[in-house]
Design a protein around this ligand. Structure first.
Ligand code: CTP
Length: 412
């Protein structure tokens, strides 16, 4: 093998060899990142056919796009030469995957509503291939009820998503709406094209702690690092699942190539979980605060003026229990966690019944085990079949084993 190819193979850079990607660029400032995306996809061996909407041409030129792709950039539905060359039906089916990046609010709206009035939207209507969207828009547009509806509809239609990320936006605001980085999109492309046993399955993972505010500067939290939930999300994505990762403020960086939804409080996590449905399976690895402060102060509590605060608590929604009891749209498999310090199997078995979930992964978090915040875990899987003790192993190995088991259960 040629040495450069060998190098690429070692680094997994040839993962997309012989794959054809139809890349639709919508009209948003994030289109500049799609130029780098083309390079990254090509580096991994993929062929990229670019398609620009009219609005995309305001942000990047067809020339730069086609030069990077090494292919013609398709531009307009009514270009008769193109129709003679390759009709839009054929074009839409010639790819292994259609990637929409940036997926603007407008494009998402057209897709959800079934509109087909230009080349990009017509290709998206005509295709029978999988579609991956990398949304990019202003945070208010992302949060607008119309976009929320369209997002839900597209998920129900089987469209996959990567991002958007939280962050500073070109328009000067902050929040969800930034397009995922090119390498994150590449990871999502690899996952979407993977032939793993979880191909075509959409799986939700909650992870990390929640922060419950006392006042604008203080909060109640716990010691969860998010390491186990992140490892599970990575392991599921590696088997080809489309993962939605709802995370509280964690210590570890979020997984790659999945849809990351960042939240702070239990209530926000509960809302984000609802927004992510429907899913085939849900893994609830987050350490959710059972209580929040009832009527958190909107100004900083002052020692001198307020004396010792009398904190009133209110119960948070139990996300795992609620999802386990859904009458319509319950995931086929619901997996919870139980952190115990004694009588692990007895407590976890009772918790499984109380929560109504299918499996509970129980672990002993007493300080002597060093598990909470550590790199290893020793779990017992409680299911209908009884208790299965797993040997102590790295959190990545626990995640890989759980992902395999989930794949086997969903294949049944
Ligand atoms: N969970 C949840 N929403 C909550 C609380 C917990 O989804 N408001 C989920 C967790 O993600 C985890 C499981 O429920 O999967 C843990 O249940 P919980 O009752 O919180 O167990 P422990 O933290 O072990 O606490 P306790 O033993 O006090 O019941």
């Amino acid at each position: 093998m040629h040495s450069v190819e060998a190098e690429h193979d070692r680094e997994g850079l040839n993962m997309l060899a012989s794959k054809r990607i139809l890349l639709i660029l919508g009209g948003g400032i994030a289109a500049y990142k799609s130029l780098d995306l083309i390079r990254r996809l090509k580096e991994r061996g993929a062929a990229v056919t670019p398609v620009l909407t009219r609005a995309a041409e305001e942000f990047v030129t067809p020339l730069s796009v086609s030069a990077l792709a090494g292919e013609k950039a398709y531009r307009d539905l009514f270009d008769l030469t193109d129709e003679a060359e390759m009709g839009h039906i054929q074009l839409s089916r010639s790819a292994d995957l259609i990637v929409v990046a940036p997926a603007t609010a407008d494009l998402m709206g057209k897709m959800a509503g079934g509109l087909a009035n230009d080349l990009a939207s017509t290709l998206l209507m005509a295709t029978d291939n999988p579609v991956l969207c990398a949304p990019a828009m202003n945070v208010r547009m992302w949060n607008h009820p119309a976009t929320r509806r369209n997002h839900k509809q597209l998920i129900a239609d089987g469209v996959r998503f990567v991002g958007p990320n939280d962050g500073d936006m070109a328009c000067g605001e902050f929040g969800p709406g930034r397009m995922s980085e090119p390498l994150e999109i590449v990871a999502a492309v690899e996952s979407a094209l993977s032939d793993g046993p979880l191909k075509g399955k959409r799986i939700l993972v909650t992870s990390g702690p929640t922060h419950e505010p006392i006042d604008p500067v203080r909060y109640i939290a716990n010691r969860s690092s998010g390491a186990q939930g992140t490892a599970i999300a990575n392991a599921l994505a590696a088997l080809g699942a489309e993962v939605v990762f709802v995370t509280g403020p964690a210590d570890v960086p979020p997984p790659q190539g999945v849809q990351v939804v960042q939240v702070e409080t239990a209530q926000q996590m509960s809302d984000a979980v609802d927004a992510a449905l429907p899913v085939d399976a849900g893994v609830f690895a987050a350490a959710v605060a059972d209580w929040r402060i009832d009527g958190a102060s909107d100004r900083k509590l002052k020692k001198s003026r307020d004396g010792m605060p009398a904190l009133q608590f209110a119960e948070n929604p139990d996300i795992l229990k609620r999802i386990s009891h859904l009458e319509t749209g319950r995931p086929s498999l619901v997996v919870g966690f139980a952190a115990e310090t004694d009588d692990v199997i007895a407590h976890a078995t009772a918790k499984r019944a109380r929560k109504g979930c299918d499996w509970i992964l129980a672990n002993d978090v007493s300080p002597v085990t060093g598990i909470m915040g550590g790199a290893e875990n020793a779990v017992v899987l409680i299911s209908d079949a009884g208790a299965e003790e797993w040997p102590r192993m790295g959190k990545d190995a626990v995640a890989a084993r759980l992902a395999e088991k989930i794949a086997a259960a969903l294949a049944r």
